[in-house]
Structure formats: C-alpha cells, structure tokens
Design a binder for this molecule. Structure first.
Ligand code: G6Q
Length: 550
C-alpha cells in the first residue's frame, strides 16, 4: 500500500524545526574549516558520477534527522509500490512504470495480472529494427533515397525529453541524419523547420500518447499538407509518417500504416516517457546501442535507489535537501546550472518533470496542504548565467539552492576552453558557499589604495553573505549512459519529494485544463461566434484581436 504520511507530521519534524534554528548562526565556511573530511563524508560516487552534497547547510545531525523523517514517511515502502507497479497514480488509477522501461533484470513487473516486460522488449525490438534499417539505408523514403531529416511532432512530455536528450547527445549522433522537433502550435515552429527540408528524404514522427492533443494534431495535419503540396503522393505517406502513441486506432485513422505505429502504455507518464517509444527520435539520432546505454544509465540509478540505505541514497538526499530548504528557509525556487552547452535544454526539461509533478496543493487525503510544495525550477547553462542572473543568487534576498552539473571532459576539446569552464563552475559554488566577509572586502579595498571614506561607502555593497547551498554533479563526460543516470536521479528526486509532501506526483490536472480552455474561445476569435460568457477583459481582448485581424 502506498503510504499517506506527510513530512510535517513525523516525529523528526519538530527536531528538524529546532535544528533549522541553529543555521541562523552557523556558516558552512566554519564547518569546512573545522572538518577536513567534510567533502569525503558528504559526497557520493555512482558509476563514474560524483555527487557532492558537502556545500549544503547540513551536518551529520541534519542528515540523520532528515532520513528519519523520510523513514517515517515510509519512503522505502513508497518506492517499492512504485517499482512493483502499484497504481500509485491514484487520481488516474494507473501504475507509474518508467522504471520498468529500463529494467534490465529478470524480475517480473506485473500490472493487472500481466508481466509488462515482454511487451516492452517487443516494442524496443521493433524500434531497433526500424532504426537499424534506416541507418543502413535499407528503409528509405518513397523514391529510394535515404532519410536525411527526422521531424518529431509532439508537445510537453512527447517533446521535451527527446528534444533535450538529442541536443545533449549531439556529438554521438549518427552521420547523415538530422533530428528536428516541432512542438508549438504557432505555425512559425513548423514553417521554419520544414522550409529547407526535402520531403522525399524527411521522416515525420507524430508523437502523442493520446493522439488527441490539439497542438500536435494541428502540426501533424499541416505537416501532411506540406508534404503533399511539395509534390509527394498519398501513397508515399506510409514511408514518411510514423506514429508513437498509446492510441493505436487514432493513429491509424490519421493515415499511419499500422506497421509504423510504435505503442506504449497508459502507465508511462508523458513527462517520464522518453524511455519508451517516445524515444524513437533519440534512437534515430544516436542509434539503438546508444539508446541502450541511456536505458542502462537510468537502470543503474534505479538499482541504486532501490538498494541504497536512505542516508547514502543520492536522489533521496537530493529530495530531502530540497524539502529542507523549502520548508525552513523559504527557498521557493531551485536553480539548475549545467556547465555544458549540450545540456542547454536540461533546465527546461526538468522544469516540466518537477513542476508538473509536484506543483500540487491538495494532499493524498484530499485536503489542502498547509506547507509549501514544489519549487519553481529554472536555470541556464554556465557561464552564460553568470553574466545574467547569478547576481540575484549571490546578493539577493532569497535563498536559491543550486545544482551545478559539469562534465570533466569536453566533447570539443579546444585550447583551454574546458579548463576555463570548469574553473568558473567550481569557483561559483565556492563563492556561493563562502561569500565574502566585510574583513575580506576591507582588506581588498585598502590594498587598492582607496580612501577610508570611500571604503566605508563601498564596503556593504561588496559583502556577500554566502551560505548558499549547492550540489555539484561531475560526470566524466556527458555520454548516453551518464545522461541516463542524470535524468533518473532527478526523476527519483521528484518522486521522493512527492512522498514527503504527501501529494500525488503523477497526475497533471492543470495541463488537462489547459487542453480544454481554448476550445471555447477558438470559434469566437475566428469570428464564427459572438464572444460571450467571459470576463470583461477577455471579451475586450477578443474584440481587439478581431479588429486587428479584420
Ligand atoms: C506530461 C503531460 C503533458 C503531455 C502533453 C502531450 O506528463 O501529461 O506534457 O505529455 O500534453 O500529450 P500527448 O502525448 O498525449 O500528446
């Protein structure tokens, strides 16, 4: 049974509340000075990856209290429920089994009395065959030429994951094939994408779990129209359009050859679906073996999560730390700062994974929560962010925990670029932790020959309080395996926090609402129906649009 306990009801909560008070006067700087083993004790290795938690506002006592809290929330039991296929997505009455998609063990995973793993293997095999044939030039476009471009049409979970992974693994892409992503219903996205493509060498993947999402279906229909208007024939569609969906009939009704439909299941949540057939664009980009490595990396983390004790469990600690700052230090946002240009889309991907999962206000008992839940997740690659928003992290009034992610080796070794990048990454986390004291500022200013009067004016502006917590994740290089690990770490972190907050992390009623809202306005803004039943602002805006478009 999935537990129903929230962190603030546990015996550890009161102790943590008291303990948090000690951090009003404690500084991480001092803890590092007192304890030369701090880094070793609070950093963890996982299959080549290093995760350093030592620059966090924690002591051994903090970690013990936090893991006590997790144990009281029956976190381990909750994880077992997740991994074993219990319907943990209660409001949609579904299991949540992205872990089964990458499970390399012999264990069965049973849903409704049936082991789901043979079907997973079958679809993977079909994907593998399809991609291998394309890469080998055996499966071609209608005129026999090899495909040069793949366009994935999807949105949300059917776009962000594959788009992020394809970008992150660009150095590992197969030669001769380019992958594009079209998600926005703004026609600009599709038009800009296809304008330089040759329809005879382009393959469209219509990726939609439901095959009803308005944006995706609109883009898919327009792509088909572009294809036909560019001189291709109806009978060519079978070789140029494939679908990834749980809705096989709808995909067929769209005109997709049933052999070219790659299925998945309702127990794969959209934002956790890149490991399923939704990852077809990834497999086309990096090949079937690369996709296997991605799955293996995630599986390695799944095994770690399943077996490691709570106080050595990396995603558990990540989740607990987020909870700690959110609950006691009013940290309402969390910055993800990859020092790797290829990970440019990682913050946006995580934004969906995290904010759609834990952006909830009702607990698992149907009551409104009395504590903060999911934070705003945001970020951008370093060093760019340093010249933009880091100022607020260093000297603003809110505490913003940060995650620094950096590969030790670059895919593009060029002069000393990577050493510079690495030095900035490590320097930022050090500066955030240490800050800069008034004494240090004074010494610097005196050294520069500044007058006492000017020093007194300048000094407060140049002091940095520090004590800004950060996790640093170092991977040897950002390859498919390490990326699989990285994504899985965050997926589990999100799950852990959902348990601590006692919310349902796997539904998204806000997204469902968005899917319906525009339906009423569409005929009105298209001039087919008189606007009515809206607030004054909305009516005014509709009328202004109609006027400007008339
Ligand atoms: C993800 C959400 C949402 C979903 C999109 C696309 O968890 O449910 O982002 O992925 O709305 O839905 P379809 O795949 O059904 O088109």
């Amino acid at each position: 049974m999935f537990p129903d306990i929230n962190g603030i009801e546990t015996p550890a909560f009161a102790s943590l509340q008291q303990h948090a008070e000690t951090w009003k006067t404690q500084h991480m700087r001092a803890l590092f000075d007192q304890d030369p083993t701090r880094f070793d004790r609070f950093s963890f290795h996982q299959e080549g990856m290093l995760v350093d938690f030592s620059k966090h506002m924690i002591t051994d006592e903090t970690l013990t209290l936090l893991t006590d809290l997790a144990a009281s929330c029956q976190l381990k039991e909750a994880m077992d429920a997740l991994f074993s296929g219990e319907p943990v997505n209660r409001t949609e009455n579904r299991a949540v089994l992205h872990t089964a998609l990458r499970d390399q063990s012999d264990r069965m995973v049973v849903v409704d009395g049936e082991d789901v793993k043979p079907a997973i293997r079958q679809v993977l095999e079909k994907m593998r065959l399809f991609c291998n044939e394309i890469h080998a030039g055996i499966r071609t476009g209608a005129d026999g030429r090899s495909y040069t471009d793949v366009v994935n049409i999807g949105i949300g979970g059917s776009d962000l994951g594959p788009a992020m992974v394809c970008e992150a693994l660009k150095p590992f892409h197969k030669k001769g094939i380019r992958v594009h992503f079209v998600s926005n219903v703004d026609a600009t996205h599709l038009v800009e994408c296809v304008q330089d493509l040759d329809p005879a060498t382009t393959l469209f993947i219509i990726a939609s779990k439901t095959f009803t999402t308005q944006e995706t279906m609109t883009n898919a229909r327009s792509a088909k129209q572009w294809f036909l208007e560019s001189g291709m024939q109806e009978e060519d569609i079978a070789r140029h359009f494939v679908a990834v969906s749980t809705a096989l009939q709808e995909a067929q009704a769209f005109g997709i050859d049933p052999d070219n439909i790659f299925g998945f299941w309702d127990w794969v949540g959209g934002r956790f679906s890149l490991w399923s057939a939704i990852g077809l664009s990834i497999m086309l980009a990096i090949g079937a073996d690369g996709f296997d490595s991605l799955l293996n990396g995630a599986y390695a983390v799944d095994e770690h999560v399943r077996t490691a004790p709570l106080n050595k469990n990396i995603p558990v600690i990540m989740g607990l730390l987020g909870w700690w700052y959110n609950q006691f230090f009013e940290a309402r946002t969390h910055a993800v700062l990859p020092y790797d240009q290829y990970l440019e889309k990682f913050p946006a991907y995580l934004q969906q994974a995290d904010m759609e999962s834990n952006g909830k206000r009702i607990d698992r008992r149907g009551k409104e929560v009395s504590y903060p839940t999911g934070p705003v997740v945001w970020g951008a690659p370093g060093t760019n962010g340093q010249h933009a928003f880091y100022q607020l992290i260093h000297q603003g009034t809110q505490l913003i925990p940060c995650d620094f992610i950096v590969p030790a080796r670059s895919q593009n070794p060029l002069g000393d670029h990577h050493a510079i990048l690495l030095s900035h990454c490590l320097a930022q986390s050090e500066a955030m932790m240490k800050g800069k004291t008034a004494e240090e500022v004074r010494e610097e200013l005196e050294h520069s020959g500044m007058t006492e009067e000017e020093i007194q004016f300048q000094l407060p502006y140049r002091v940095f309080p520090g004590n800004i917590p950060s996790t640093t994740i170092i991977v040897p290089e950002c390859n498919a395996f390490q990326l699989g690990q990285l994504i899985a770490l965050y997926e589990h972190k999100i799950f852990v926090q959902g348990v601590l907050w006692n919310v349902f992390s796997f539904d998204q009623w806000g997204v469902e609402l968005g899917k319906k809202l525009a339906a009423k306005i569409l005929p009105e803004i298209s001039g087919r129906k008189e606007p009515s039943g809206h607030d004054g602002s909305t009516i005014g805006l509709i009328k202004e649009v109609l006027r400007l478009r008339s």
